[in-house]
Design a protein around this ligand. Sequence first.
Ligand code: FEO
Length: 386
Amino acid sequence: MKQIIENVFFCGLPDKNRKLFDQLVPLPQGTTYNAYVVKGSEKVALIDTMYEKLRGEFVDMIAASGLKIDYIISNHAEPDHSGSIGALLEKFPQAVVYASPKCAENLKNMLHIPEAKIKVVSEGEELPLGGKTLRFMITPWVHWPDTMFTYLVEDKLLFSCDFFGAHYTKNDLWADCTSGLAEAAKRYYAEIMMPFRNFCVKYLKMVKALEPKMILPSHGPVYDHPEFILNLYEDWTSERVAKKILLPYVSMYDNTREMVDYLENILQAEGVTVVKADLIEADEGEIAMELIDAAGVVFGTSMVLTGPHPKTVYAAYLINILRPKIKFYTVVGSFGWGGNLTAPVDAMFTLTKPEKLDGVIVKGKPRVEDFKALDNLANTLLQKLL
Ligand code: FEO
């Protein structure tokens, strides 16, 4: 355990070998699962626990501290933070688990934590430990509907759970405030928080008003200068979009690639940032990050049998559930004998509702008139970007 301030300790563990988060987003450097101990003069609380796969090491670390845990504060029931509650209750059978109403339900259903071991807390409720007081702030949807923050009143420390997290393992405890950390926090935000951007805006305002001295999330480093991560979130959650188009594409015989490259060249010449992503090798995390401020998406796709390449439909599905700020989308591509390249993409946009622009669909290799159609599409996109 590492001391943060007197009687407050970090007891997280890195998981540098983890390759994917949610079996979806690549983790270039793994992640960390953070937990914290707050020691009052009378009672000791553990805030969050550990991914079940690391529970042995975690429980040994807590036991080696010699502390007796009276309270386990479960800010969120997702198993990367709650997965060791059962093992801790075996070690500290007198401990009581504090959780929001929805978190209590999740702990019972997902981890079979006995109801008798859980104390359900409400907004603003406080837990005195003796000279240190924990206040619970119910903050649904960052990340799940069960999430809450815990605030250490006397020391102004905010334990924000997933909010402000980062998949960052390069240093042990303190935020180094480098571009590398910003990138890791951005990757985290894009997948985990962007779908709940409106809630992020609300809680960001709330946290700023609180003026915490430190922000202690459940992934990544501790922010002893919170303005670093607060400013990043201010930018990412804003309404602003860049003069930028994301262009995910799949091309089987280079006809679609030729169209995509042509469009890219025209747009770039007009000062548009075009981010192409070859879907055969794309990193979902990179796509999500680019969506934070992209104004629109142009899908480039070949036909497979009667519809777009399945990876194009997957990309559209992913974009839809991430709920970015994109204002418009369209489809360009080439087919051999027939089918519909656009309808399966359209069908994916059920949550995110960008404007659909007419695309350019070509039979076989693009001809002069097809490039003229791409010129027209580029003009339309430029108008939209204005
Ligand atoms: Fe890190 Fe939503 O759990």
